[in-house]
Design a protein around this ligand. Structure first.
Ligand code: ATP
Ligand code: MG
Length: 474
């Protein structure tokens, strides 16, 4: 059986073991869903879903005893599922079920079911494939909806009428687009038309579930594929309306400015060639997010978006909160990159002082390399000569950044004189003068007036204090 040959050796041995346990429990068991799809597509897969006709929890328990190095079994009684890990593999067990949805309730009635019932409730034909793992028909493929054919045709299609599949669980609309973006497949016409029709129903899905799919779209090789589908189907207006609002082409007195939605997607694709970091990719999505609220038209200068980087950074927490994304350092990081995204380009002009370069290093800290990647991705002119020129200016800036960093060590700057030192030296209690002196020291270092070292900073501190009428015999 060809498919079985595709299962990596170590996984195959575990699966055979599980099949044996299923035999001894007198249960039919199957590999199902993503694992089967990924085997056929030759994609690596670490989540191994097993469905059995009967108790998945029982099968998980028995199998874990037989597999050396299997973790303890985690049981989710409410869902009727159980799971254990072996090294980096995650085995998840579930009893086959039948779900019926009623018009008046979003919660399905879940009953035990047959394999066919279970395949019917799956989202797409390519995700509804099963491979038998019992000994007497090991490796048999059960493909009721021609999922293999759709894999060959690179098509995402719901197994049943899409209106029913999507209205039962509207998250499936996001998932269709997520798979289209991840696998670079197209969505079958009827399935896609149905998303357009049902888009508004995404509102009843929790933001946590939506964000998981959104992040998978963002992490796909060419995320613009997913975002264009989200936009054209109408889903983006519910999921990330701020981004949808970037799609406007303003024209006044014959002056147009470029469409910021497609520009943003181009930046995201550019950046995605150089990084798999989710949060750096998020900063590309949000870098121009405040262009609509900051746009003005001037007779002389045409369209301007003054301060969009500052306003944009302020919009980040609200967006992250709504999407239930982490509000910790990740959010701060995205905010910082949005706030600073214009700085590198402003340093590619002529006659840039060391002081300006120092300030960028100081403000960006450890995120300077990521900021440079974002800024480079932000060059999306159609004019190739222009793009080349900008990119070579960035190379020059990078050399200067590393020269200044080497001599001044500003990347993770700690002031050479601490607030405590100031207080002790002048016998001060906490007061605003301490902040004033600290600021003055920092500015002097950034301006290159004094080197980034203790002794000169200490002398400078005394002068500054004297200006404020503070002195002490030292
Ligand atoms: P991934 O590579 O992201 O894990 P996956 O297809 O394995 O992709 P999972 O979310 O792990 O996706 O789900 C496993 C399987 O469960 C799917 O292949 C599909 O058969 C089924 N499934 C998951 N979510 C849904 C859903 N919302 N509606 C119907 N079936 C679903
Ligand atoms: Mg999976």
């Amino acid at each position: 059986m060809q498919l079985v040959n595709k299962i990596p050796e170590h996984i195959l041995s575990y699966i055979k073991e599980i099949g044996k346990e299923a035999d001894s429990l007198n249960l039919e068991a199957y590999l199902v869903g993503g694992i089967v799809r990924d085997l056929i597509l030759n994609r690596p897969c670490k989540d191994i879903d097993i469905v059995c006709i009967g108790s998945g929890i029982e099968l998980a328990k028995q199998s874990s005893f037989k597999i050396e190095s299997a973790s303890k079994v985690a049981i989710f009684k409410n869902f009727g599922t159980a799971q254990f890990t072996v090294q980096d593999l995650e085995f998840e067990f579930v009893g086959a079920r039948k779900e019926s949805y009623r018009q008046d309730s979003r919660k399905p009635i879940v009953e035990d079911g047959t394999l066919t019932d279970d395949q019917n409730r799956r989202d797409f034909t390519i995700n509804a494939l099963a491979i038998s793992i019992n000994k007497n028909n090991f490796g048999n493929l059960i493909d009721p909806f021609n999922g293999v054919e759709d894999l060959k045709k690179r098509t995402i299609k719901t197994p049943l009428d899409p209106d029913i599949t999507y209205s039962d669980d509207p998250l499936r609309m996001m998932r269709a687009i997520r798979f289209a973006s991840q696998l670079q497949f197209s969505i079958a016409e009827k399935s896609y038309e149905s998303i357009k029709k049902n888009a508004e129903r995404i509102k009843i899905v929790s933001m946590e579930r939506i964000a998981i799919e959104l992040n998978k779209i963002i992490l796909s090789p060419k995320p613009s594929i997913g975002f264009k589908l989200l936009y054209n189907s109408g889903l983006l207006h519910f999921v990330l309306p701020e981004l949808a609002k970037l799609q406007f082409v303003k024209e006044k007195n014959g002056v147009r400015h470029k469409d910021n939605f497609y520009h943003t997607l181009e930046v995201l694709d550019n950046l995605s060639k150089n990084t798999d970091d989710l949060w750096l990719r998020w900063s590309a999505i949000l870098h121009d997010i405040a262009k609509p609220p900051t746009q003005r038209f001037h007779e002389e200068h045409g369209w301007t978006f003054h301060g969009h980087e500052v306003v944009g950074a302020k919009m980040v927490p609200k967006i992250f909160k709504r999407l239930r994304l982490p509000l910790d350092g990740k959010m701060k990081y995205v905010q910082k990159l949005v706030a600073l995204h214009l700085r590198p380009i402003s340093l590619t002009k002529e006659n840039i002082t060391d002081s300006a370069v120092r300030r960028l290093l100081f403000d960006a800290g450890d995120d300077i390399d990521d900021l440079m990647l974002l800024a480079q991705a932000d060059i999306t002119s159609k004019n190739e000569r222009k793009v080349k020129r900008y990119l070579s200016n960035y190379e020059i800036l990078k050399v200067r950044l590393s020269e200044v960093e080497e001599s001044d060590k500003l990347r993770n700057w700690q002031p050479p004189i601490s607030g405590n030192t100031i207080m002790e030296t002048f016998q001060l209690k906490p007061c605003k003068e301490i902040g004033i002196i600290k600021n003055a020291i920092r500015e002097a270092i950034l301006d290159g007036e004094i080197p980034n070292e203790y002794e000169p900073a200490f002398e400078f501190m005394k002068n500054e204090a004297a200006k404020l009428g503070i002195s002490v015999e030292v």
